[in-house]
Write a protein that binds this ligand. Sequence first.
Ligand code: FES
Length: 112
Amino acid sequence: MTMPTLPTTGFNISKDQLLVALPVAVVAAAGGFFLSSYLNGRNCQKGQVNTCICKDSPKVVHSFDMEDIGTKAVYCRCWKSKKFPYCDGAHTKHNEETGDNVGPLIIKKRDA
Ligand code: FES
């Protein structure tokens, strides 16, 4: 009486081949994971810069006439100021906490 044979897939790998292939697969998977994490971290569009100012508005826009600015105006670019759109120095705390380097936009007349 003959024993029934199991169907084969046609894919055979020796123990030596497995010992080489397994570390290569692990390194490739880890490399893919870290590359994906790195590329996702570079994508700035996922996070929001504005976390608290006029969130009910679809776009925050301010407009000033040059004649009304006076001799000097300091505008916030970090979106953390309680006096937005004017800078109140909140960027200093933000920079200390995050390692960022943002600062205000200063517009002034010459000799001011
Ligand atoms: S508070 Fe935002 S730039 Fe100064």
